[in-house]
Design a protein around this ligand. Structure first.
Ligand SMILES: C[S@@+](CC[C@H](N)C(=O)[O-])C[C@H]1O[C@@H](n2cnc3c(N)ncnc32)[C@H](O)[C@@H]1O
Length: 227
Protein backbone atom coordinates (compact mmCIF):
# COMPACT_ATOMS: atom_id res chain seq x y z
CA UNK A 1 0.00 0.00 0.00
CA UNK A 2 1.28 3.48 -0.87
CA UNK A 3 2.57 5.58 2.02
CA UNK A 4 2.29 8.78 -0.01
CA UNK A 5 0.33 11.36 1.96
CA UNK A 6 -2.55 12.99 0.09
CA UNK A 7 -1.94 16.38 1.73
CA UNK A 8 1.83 16.65 1.10
CA UNK A 9 2.35 14.26 -1.85
CA UNK A 10 5.44 12.99 -0.01
CA UNK A 11 6.08 9.34 0.92
CA UNK A 12 6.54 8.49 4.59
CA UNK A 13 9.80 6.98 5.87
CA UNK A 14 8.79 3.65 7.33
CA UNK A 15 12.00 2.44 8.93
CA UNK A 16 12.72 3.41 12.53
CA UNK A 17 15.63 5.55 13.73
CA UNK A 18 17.10 2.44 15.38
CA UNK A 19 17.07 0.77 11.96
CA UNK A 20 18.72 3.83 10.38
CA UNK A 21 21.40 3.74 13.07
CA UNK A 22 22.06 0.02 12.56
CA UNK A 23 21.90 0.11 8.74
CA UNK A 24 24.17 3.11 8.26
CA UNK A 25 26.66 1.61 10.70
CA UNK A 26 26.56 -1.71 8.82
CA UNK A 27 27.16 -0.05 5.44
CA UNK A 28 29.62 2.60 6.64
CA UNK A 29 32.77 0.67 5.51
CA UNK A 30 31.34 0.32 1.97
CA UNK A 31 29.26 3.49 1.77
CA UNK A 32 31.67 5.37 -0.50
CA UNK A 33 31.35 2.67 -3.19
CA UNK A 34 27.63 3.27 -3.78
CA UNK A 35 27.27 6.69 -2.11
CA UNK A 36 29.54 8.10 -4.83
CA UNK A 37 26.52 9.10 -6.94
CA UNK A 38 25.84 11.83 -4.39
CA UNK A 39 29.34 13.32 -4.62
CA UNK A 40 28.82 15.76 -7.52
CA UNK A 41 25.75 17.31 -5.88
CA UNK A 42 27.35 17.44 -2.43
CA UNK A 43 30.28 19.36 -3.97
CA UNK A 44 27.88 21.76 -5.71
CA UNK A 45 26.08 22.28 -2.39
CA UNK A 46 29.37 23.08 -0.67
CA UNK A 47 30.15 25.64 -3.38
CA UNK A 48 26.74 27.24 -2.81
CA UNK A 49 27.33 27.33 0.97
CA UNK A 50 30.73 28.96 0.38
CA UNK A 51 32.36 28.35 3.79
CA UNK A 52 34.72 31.14 4.85
CA UNK A 53 37.81 31.30 7.04
CA UNK A 54 37.11 31.56 10.75
CA UNK A 55 33.48 30.36 10.53
CA UNK A 56 31.85 27.86 12.88
CA UNK A 57 29.89 25.38 10.75
CA UNK A 58 27.69 22.37 11.55
CA UNK A 59 26.99 19.46 9.20
CA UNK A 60 23.92 17.37 10.00
CA UNK A 61 24.12 13.74 8.78
CA UNK A 62 27.76 13.80 7.65
CA UNK A 63 28.02 10.15 6.51
CA UNK A 64 31.62 9.21 5.70
CA UNK A 65 32.83 12.77 6.26
CA UNK A 66 33.82 14.13 2.83
CA UNK A 67 32.02 17.43 3.42
CA UNK A 68 33.35 17.67 6.98
CA UNK A 69 36.88 17.43 5.56
CA UNK A 70 36.21 20.07 2.87
CA UNK A 71 34.63 22.39 5.44
CA UNK A 72 37.48 21.89 7.91
CA UNK A 73 39.99 22.95 5.23
CA UNK A 74 37.84 25.95 4.24
CA UNK A 75 37.38 27.40 7.74
CA UNK A 76 41.10 27.26 8.46
CA UNK A 77 42.89 27.25 11.80
CA UNK A 78 40.59 29.83 13.37
CA UNK A 79 37.38 28.11 12.30
CA UNK A 80 35.52 25.13 13.75
CA UNK A 81 33.50 22.37 12.13
CA UNK A 82 30.93 20.39 14.07
CA UNK A 83 29.14 17.30 12.83
CA UNK A 84 26.27 15.18 14.07
CA UNK A 85 25.23 11.79 12.69
CA UNK A 86 22.98 9.09 14.11
CA UNK A 87 25.30 6.24 13.09
CA UNK A 88 28.28 5.25 15.23
CA UNK A 89 29.90 3.60 12.19
CA UNK A 90 29.71 6.87 10.24
CA UNK A 91 31.13 8.74 13.24
CA UNK A 92 34.19 6.49 13.47
CA UNK A 93 34.75 6.42 9.68
CA UNK A 94 34.66 10.22 9.57
CA UNK A 95 36.86 10.62 12.63
CA UNK A 96 39.42 8.35 10.98
CA UNK A 97 39.34 10.57 7.85
CA UNK A 98 39.81 13.74 9.89
CA UNK A 99 42.62 12.24 11.97
CA UNK A 100 44.41 11.12 8.81
CA UNK A 101 44.18 14.69 7.47
CA UNK A 102 45.61 16.06 10.75
CA UNK A 103 42.57 18.29 11.34
CA UNK A 104 41.23 16.96 14.65
CA UNK A 105 41.79 20.28 16.45
CA UNK A 106 39.17 22.08 14.41
CA UNK A 107 36.55 19.28 14.14
CA UNK A 108 34.06 18.09 16.76
CA UNK A 109 31.81 15.12 15.99
CA UNK A 110 28.80 13.83 17.91
CA UNK A 111 26.74 10.72 17.47
CA UNK A 112 23.12 11.89 17.82
CA UNK A 113 19.76 12.76 16.32
CA UNK A 114 19.10 15.74 14.05
CA UNK A 115 15.73 16.24 15.75
CA UNK A 116 17.46 17.10 19.06
CA UNK A 117 20.63 19.03 18.32
CA UNK A 118 22.90 19.10 21.40
CA UNK A 119 24.09 22.69 20.82
CA UNK A 120 23.12 26.03 22.30
CA UNK A 121 21.12 28.57 20.31
CA UNK A 122 22.73 30.96 17.78
CA UNK A 123 26.01 28.99 17.88
CA UNK A 124 26.74 28.49 14.16
CA UNK A 125 27.51 30.77 11.24
CA UNK A 126 26.38 28.14 8.75
CA UNK A 127 24.83 24.67 8.45
CA UNK A 128 25.15 22.02 5.75
CA UNK A 129 22.87 19.05 5.09
CA UNK A 130 23.22 16.85 2.02
CA UNK A 131 20.98 13.86 1.33
CA UNK A 132 19.85 13.79 4.95
CA UNK A 133 16.69 15.95 5.14
CA UNK A 134 15.15 13.63 2.53
CA UNK A 135 15.45 10.61 4.84
CA UNK A 136 13.83 12.32 7.82
CA UNK A 137 10.20 11.21 8.20
CA UNK A 138 7.65 13.86 7.16
CA UNK A 139 6.36 14.86 10.64
CA UNK A 140 9.97 15.31 11.83
CA UNK A 141 11.14 17.58 8.98
CA UNK A 142 9.73 20.71 10.72
CA UNK A 143 11.32 19.58 14.00
CA UNK A 144 14.75 19.09 12.41
CA UNK A 145 14.58 22.42 10.56
CA UNK A 146 13.33 24.10 13.74
CA UNK A 147 16.44 22.82 15.50
CA UNK A 148 18.60 24.07 12.62
CA UNK A 149 16.99 27.51 12.89
CA UNK A 150 17.57 27.55 16.67
CA UNK A 151 21.31 26.74 16.53
CA UNK A 152 22.05 29.10 13.61
CA UNK A 153 22.95 32.70 14.42
CA UNK A 154 20.73 35.49 13.04
CA UNK A 155 21.68 36.07 9.41
CA UNK A 156 23.45 32.69 9.32
CA UNK A 157 22.96 30.44 6.31
CA UNK A 158 21.96 26.85 5.66
CA UNK A 159 22.48 24.83 2.49
CA UNK A 160 20.31 21.75 1.90
CA UNK A 161 20.92 19.27 -0.93
CA UNK A 162 18.02 16.83 -1.33
CA UNK A 163 16.02 14.66 -3.67
CA UNK A 164 12.98 16.60 -4.80
CA UNK A 165 9.45 16.24 -6.09
CA UNK A 166 9.95 19.43 -8.11
CA UNK A 167 11.20 19.46 -11.68
CA UNK A 168 10.48 17.51 -14.83
CA UNK A 169 11.61 13.97 -13.99
CA UNK A 170 8.17 12.73 -12.93
CA UNK A 171 8.45 9.15 -14.22
CA UNK A 172 11.88 8.41 -12.71
CA UNK A 173 10.88 10.05 -9.44
CA UNK A 174 7.70 7.94 -9.17
CA UNK A 175 9.70 4.78 -9.98
CA UNK A 176 12.15 5.67 -7.22
CA UNK A 177 9.27 6.25 -4.79
CA UNK A 178 7.89 2.79 -5.57
CA UNK A 179 11.32 1.27 -4.80
CA UNK A 180 11.46 3.32 -1.58
CA UNK A 181 8.08 1.89 -0.56
CA UNK A 182 9.10 -1.67 -1.46
CA UNK A 183 12.44 -1.52 0.40
CA UNK A 184 11.93 1.13 3.12
CA UNK A 185 14.89 -0.03 5.20
CA UNK A 186 17.47 0.13 2.44
CA UNK A 187 16.15 2.95 0.25
CA UNK A 188 15.20 5.27 3.08
CA UNK A 189 15.45 8.64 1.33
CA UNK A 190 12.70 9.88 -0.96
CA UNK A 191 11.86 13.10 -2.83
CA UNK A 192 10.64 16.01 -0.71
CA UNK A 193 10.05 19.76 -1.15
CA UNK A 194 13.26 21.17 0.36
CA UNK A 195 12.87 24.91 -0.32
CA UNK A 196 9.22 24.91 0.76
CA UNK A 197 10.13 23.05 3.99
CA UNK A 198 12.81 25.65 4.74
CA UNK A 199 10.34 28.51 4.14
CA UNK A 200 7.73 26.80 6.33
CA UNK A 201 10.33 26.54 9.11
CA UNK A 202 10.98 30.30 9.01
CA UNK A 203 14.07 30.55 6.76
CA UNK A 204 14.44 33.05 3.92
CA UNK A 205 15.42 31.27 0.70
CA UNK A 206 18.23 33.20 -1.04
CA UNK A 207 19.25 30.74 -3.78
CA UNK A 208 17.34 27.80 -5.26
CA UNK A 209 18.59 25.36 -7.90
CA UNK A 210 16.53 22.54 -9.40
CA UNK A 211 18.95 19.76 -10.34
CA UNK A 212 18.71 16.38 -12.01
CA UNK A 213 20.30 13.56 -10.01
CA UNK A 214 20.82 10.80 -12.56
CA UNK A 215 17.34 11.51 -13.92
CA UNK A 216 15.73 12.11 -10.51
CA UNK A 217 14.61 15.51 -9.30
CA UNK A 218 16.76 17.33 -6.77
CA UNK A 219 17.14 20.69 -5.08
CA UNK A 220 20.06 22.70 -3.77
CA UNK A 221 18.73 25.44 -1.53
CA UNK A 222 20.58 28.21 0.27
CA UNK A 223 18.56 29.94 2.97
CA UNK A 224 19.14 32.40 5.76
CA UNK A 225 17.90 32.79 9.33
CA UNK A 226 16.14 36.19 9.44
CA UNK A 227 18.17 38.96 11.10
C1 LIG B 1 22.38 9.29 2.77
S1 LIG B 1 23.59 9.58 4.01
C2 LIG B 1 24.34 11.10 3.39
C3 LIG B 1 25.69 11.35 3.98
C4 LIG B 1 26.41 12.62 3.52
N1 LIG B 1 25.72 13.81 3.93
C5 LIG B 1 26.64 12.63 2.03
O1 LIG B 1 26.16 13.54 1.34
O2 LIG B 1 27.33 11.72 1.53
C6 LIG B 1 22.61 10.14 5.36
C7 LIG B 1 23.32 10.23 6.69
O3 LIG B 1 22.40 10.76 7.65
C8 LIG B 1 22.51 10.03 8.86
N2 LIG B 1 21.21 10.12 9.57
C9 LIG B 1 20.05 9.47 9.30
N3 LIG B 1 19.09 9.85 10.15
C10 LIG B 1 19.64 10.77 10.97
C11 LIG B 1 19.15 11.52 12.07
N4 LIG B 1 17.88 11.42 12.49
N5 LIG B 1 20.01 12.36 12.72
C12 LIG B 1 21.31 12.47 12.31
N6 LIG B 1 21.83 11.77 11.27
C13 LIG B 1 21.00 10.94 10.60
C14 LIG B 1 22.89 8.62 8.44
O4 LIG B 1 23.54 7.90 9.47
C15 LIG B 1 23.81 8.88 7.24
O5 LIG B 1 25.14 8.99 7.64
Amino acid sequence: MSTMEKTTGICRVQRSKAQAQANYTRISPLYDLFGAFEEKYRIEGLQVLNAREGERILEVGFGTGHAILTLAKAVGEKGEVYGIDISEGMCSTTWHRIRKAGLTKRVKLRCGDAAQLPYKGNKFDALFMSFTLDLIDTPEIPMVLGECLRVLRKGGRICVVAMSKRGKSGFMTRLYEILHEMMPTFIDCRPIYAAQSLKDAGFLVTEHRDISIWGLGGEIVLAQKPK
